[in-house]
Design a protein around this ligand. Structure first.
Ligand code: GCW
Length: 666
C-alpha cells in the first residue's frame, strides 16, 4: 500500500519477487507500430515500468532494436483477434504482439502476472483471444454513496450526490483492466433521484472525466438509465416508447449525452421490474421499449443492454398457478428476433434471483435470434454477504458449461453469450460487482477472489475455477505452496459448504426477508414475492412439472423431460422442480429428510474445518488479512449454526421424523 492511499492494491501489489530467470527480459524494451501518445499505450508502459521496478527492482528502459529483450508490436496476424494478443519467447527475447492497444495492455498485464506469480516467462507461447466480446461489471452504487446489496462499505464513485474522480478511480480502472474487463456500469439499475440526472449537465463534467480515465484502460463507460426520464426530467406526461414526443425527447437527449461523454458505450435498463417503470405501463412490449432507445443511440455506436428481470412482485402466496420462475421467459420469448441489432438482453443465470442453487434460466439459449448477455452476482446478496466465504467461480463454470440444446455443436451458455451460437458481436457476460470503499475493496479479503476471478473467467472461459483461484492466491496473498494449498482447501469447496447449511436441494429463499442474510425458513413463504417452498407435513418443494406450473417445459429437450421427471431430475435441483415427500429415497440411499439433517450438520462441521485451516496460516500471511478474515469466520460459524438448527428444527417439527443419528434438533 503506498503511503497516501488508504486502500490496498489487491492483485497488483508489485512487491519484490523471486526473479525466476525473468530479469533478463527486462533489459531492453522496444515498442513497434503503436502510437506512444495513445492513452492506453501510455498506461501499459507505465504499468510495465512500475511493475517491473517494484517486483524485480529493474528500471526498464527503451533500447535500440538490436538490444531488445522485450518487444511489444502491433500485428496484423490473423490469429490475433480484437483485444487479443500473442506472447512468445524465442531465444531470450519475449515478443508481445497485439492487433490493438487493448490487446497490448492485456498482454502487459499477462507478463506482470507471470512475474508476480513467480513463474517463468521462458518458453512462453500463448495466444490469448477473449472469449466474450463484452466483459462487464455492473455497480449497484447509489448517488448518496450507499450501495444496493453492497457489503464492503460505501461507493467510491459517488458521495453526497456528487460524482467522485480521484486516485481510487484510476486504481479501480487498473484492477479491472488487468483482468480483462472492458465495460463498466457505474450506477444502480434502480435509477432514482439524482441518478436520473446523470444524463444532464449537472453531472456531465465529472462523468466525462471518469469516462476518460476508463478509456485509458480500454473500458467503455456505461450508465443505468431511468426509463421514465421523459417524465421525471423532460416534464412529459408519458414514457410510451411509440409516442412521438417521447421519441423526440430522447433523440435530443442522446445527442447531448453522447457529445458530452465521448467514451460512452450505452445504457443498462431495468424496466417493468420491481416497481421500475417500463413499456408494459403503456401496453407496449419489452422490444418496443428497448428498440426505441437502441435506434436513437445507434448513430453514436451505442448499445442498449436491457435486463430480463421482469416478474410479478405482488403475487398472492395462495396462488399456485403463477410461477415467478416462468416470468422472464414468458415476458421475452415471444419477441425473439424482434430486438434490434444493438440491443442485448441481459439475463440472470437463474430464473429466480441469484440463489446459491438454481437451474439455468431457460431464456439463455431459449432465445435463438436475440443478442444475449449473462448476468451473475459477485455481491453476495444471498450467498453470505461477504461475511461467509463463498468462492463463486465453480458456480459460474456450471452455468457456462450448461447445455441448452439450442443449436447442435454450439449450445452451451458459454457458446450463446460469446456469440459463437449466433455469430453475433453484441454479446457477453456481466457481473454485479462486490466492491465498495473498504480498504480491501471487498469487505472480506477472500471475496476479492470473486472480483478477480470473474474477469479472468469472462476473458478465458476455459480456465478452471482452481486455476483462477491459484492465480489469485499467488498474486494477492502468498506464493508459498503450503499457504496456497491451505487456502484452496478452504475456498474451492466453500460454495458447496454454504449450500449445505442453507436451503436444501435448490429450493432457495429461506433467508431473512429484505436483508437476505441469515435463516428465516418461512420468511418469504407468505409474501408477495413469488418465492415459496410449499413445505407441509408430508413434503417440500414446488411442482414445476407439466402437472404443476409447467416451468420445466420452457427448456428444450432433453432438458425438459429430465427436469420433469423426479427420477432423472438432478438431485441438487430436486425441490426446485418437484414437491417431494420427506420419505423419498435419494440416490445416496438416504431419505430426503435425512439428507436435510445430514447436510446441515456437515455444513457446520465444514465451517469448523475451514476455521482450523485458516488458523494454521497465522504468521504466514499478512496479519491484517489473517485477523480480518478470522473475525468474519467467527460470524460465519454463528450463521451456519443458526441455519443448521433452524432448518433442522423446522423440518423435524413439520415431518415428525427423527434424525437417524439422534443429534440435537430443537
Ligand atoms: O435480487 C434483487 C435485489 C434487488 C435488485 C434486483 C435486481 C437492484 O434484491 O436489490 O435491485 O434484484 O436485480 O434488479
Amino acid at each position: 500500500m503506498s503511503q497516501e492511499k488508504n486502500w490496498t492494491q489487491l492483485w497488483l501489489k508489485y512487491e519484490p519477487k523471486k526473479e525466476q530467470g525473468n530479469a533478463s527480459f527486462f533489459t531492453g524494451l522496444v515498442w513497434k507500430g503503436f502510437d506512444h501518445e495513445n492513452a492506453i499505450i501510455k498506461n501499459a508502459q507505465k504499468e510495465l515500468i512500475n511493475g517491473i521496478q517494484g517486483m524485480l527492482g529493474i528500471a526498464l528502459a527503451c533500447k535500440e532494436e538490436d538490444k531488445a529483450t522485450l518487444i511489444i508490436e502491433k500485428s496484423e496476424d490473423a490469429q490475433i483477434k480484437e483485444d487479443g494478443y500473442l506472447l512468445k519467447e524465442v531465444d531470450g527475447t519475449l515478443t508481445l504482439s497485439a492487433r490493438d492497444e487493448k490487446g497490448a495492455l492485456y498482454g502487459v498485464f499477462h507478463i506482470l502476472r507471470v512475474v508476480a506469480m513467480e513463474k517463468s516467462l521462458k518458453g512462453m507461447d500463448a495466444l490469448v483471444n477473449p472469449d466474450n466480446p463484452l466483459r462487464m461489471y455492473n455497480h449497484w452504487d447509489n448517488m448518496d454513496g450507499s450501495i444496493e446489496r453492497g457489503y464492503s462499505g460505501n461507493s467510491f464513485f459517488f458521495v453526497n450526490n456528487e460524482v467522485v474522480v480521484d486516485e481510487r478511480t484510476v486504481d479501480y480502472a487498473r484492477f479491472v483492466a488487468s483482468i480483462g474487463i472492458n465495460g463498466v456500469v457505474i450506477n444502480n439499475v434502480n435509477v432514482k433521484n439524482c441518478a436520473t440526472w446523470l444524463i444532464t449537465d449537472r453531472y456531465f463534467e465529472k462523468v466525462a472525466q471518469m469516462a476518460e480515465i476508463f478509456a485509458g484502460y480500454g473500458i467503455k463507460f456505461f450508465l443505468s438509465l431511468n426509463y421514465a426520464a421523459t417524465i421525471e426530467l423532460g416534464g412529459l406526461d408519458s414514457a410510451d416508447p411509440l409516442d412521438e414526443g417521447v421519441i423526440a425527447w430522447w433523440k435530443e437527449k442522446m445527442a447531448e449525452v453522447f457529445a458530452k461523454i465521448p467514451n460512452l458505450g450505452g445504457f443498462l435498463v431495468k424496466a417493468d421490474s420491481e416497481g421500475r417503470p417500463g413499456p408494459f405501463t403503456y401496453g407496449r412490449t419489452q422490444a418496443d421499449g428497448a428498440n426505441m432507445l437502441a435506434d436513437i443511440v445507434k448513430p453514436y455506436g451505442g448499445i442498449i443492454i436491457w435486463r430480463c428481470f421482469v416478474y410479478n412482485c405482488t403475487q398472492d402466496w395462495r396462488d399456485y398457478k403463477t410461477d415467478r420462475a416462468r416470468a422472464g421467459y414468458d415476458s421475452f420469448i415471444q419477441m425473439d428476433g424482434d430486438y434490434h441489432e444493438n440491443v442485448i438482453l441481459q439475463i440472470k443465470n437463474g430464473p429466480m434471483d441469484f440463489q446459491i442453487r438454481e437451474p439455468i434460466s431457460p431464456l439463455l439459449g431459449g432465445l435463438k435470434k436475440t443478442n444475449q448477455m449473462l448476468e451473475v452476482q459477485l455481491a453476495q446478496e444471498y450467498t453470505g454477504h461477504q461475511i461467509d466465504v463463498c468462492y463463486l467461480i465453480p458456480m459460474f463454470k456450471e452455468v457456462l458449461d450448461f447445455h441448452t440444446y439450442c443449436k447442435k455443436g454450439a449450445d452451451t451458455v458459454a457458446d450463446v453469450i460469446s456469440g459463437r451460437t449466433l455469430g453475433n458481436k453484441n454479446a457477453g457476460i456481466a457481473a454485479v460487482i462486490n466492491t465498495g470503499n473498504d480498504a480491501n475493496w471487498t469487505g472480506n479479503d477472500l471475496a476479492a477472489a470473486n472480483f478477480y476471478g470473474f474477469g479472468r473467467l469472462g476473458f478465458t472461459t476455459s480456465l478452471s475455477a482452481e486455476e483462477i483461484l491459484e492465480e489469485w492466491i499467488r498474486l494477492s496473498i502468498s506464493t508459498d505452496e503450503n499457504v496456497i494449498d491451505t487456502i484452496k482447501g478452504i475456498m474451492l469447496p466453500s460454495r458447496a459448504t454454504y449450500e449445505k447449511y442453507t436451503s436444501p436441494l435448490g429450493i432457495g429463499w429461506m433467508v431473512t426477508p429484505n436483508i437476505h442474510y441469515g435463516c428465516s425458513v418461512d420468511g418469504y413463504e407468505y409474501s408477495c414475492w413469488g418465492t415459496y417452498h410449499r413445505a407441509d407435513h408430508l413434503g417440500i418443494g414446488v411442482d414445476r412439472t407439466d402437472k404443476g406450473t409447467g416451468y420445466a417445459q420452457q427448456y428444450y429437450e432433453p432438458n425438459a423431460s429430465m427436469y420433469n421427471n423426479m427420477e432423472t431430475c438432478p438431485e441438487e435441483l430436486l425441490l426446485f422442480f418437484h414437491h417431494v415427500p420427506y420419505t423419498y429415497v435419494l440416490k445416496t440411499g438416504k431419505t430426503l429428510i435425512q439428507h436435510i439433517y445430514d447436510t446441515h450438520f456437515e455444513g457446520v462441521e465444514e465451517v469448523e474445518q475451514m476455521i482450523a485451516a485458516w488458523d494454521s496460516l497465522e504468521g504466514k500471511i499478512s496479519a491484517d488479512t489473517f485477523n480480518l478474515v478470522k473475525v468474519r469466520f467467527g460470524r460465519q460459524l454463528y450463521n451456519a449454526k443458526e441455519w443448521r438448527d433452524q432448518v433442522n428444527s423446522y423440518f423435524f417439527r413439520k415431518s415428525g421424523i427423527a434424525d437417524e443419528k439422534g443429534r440435537a434438533i430443537y
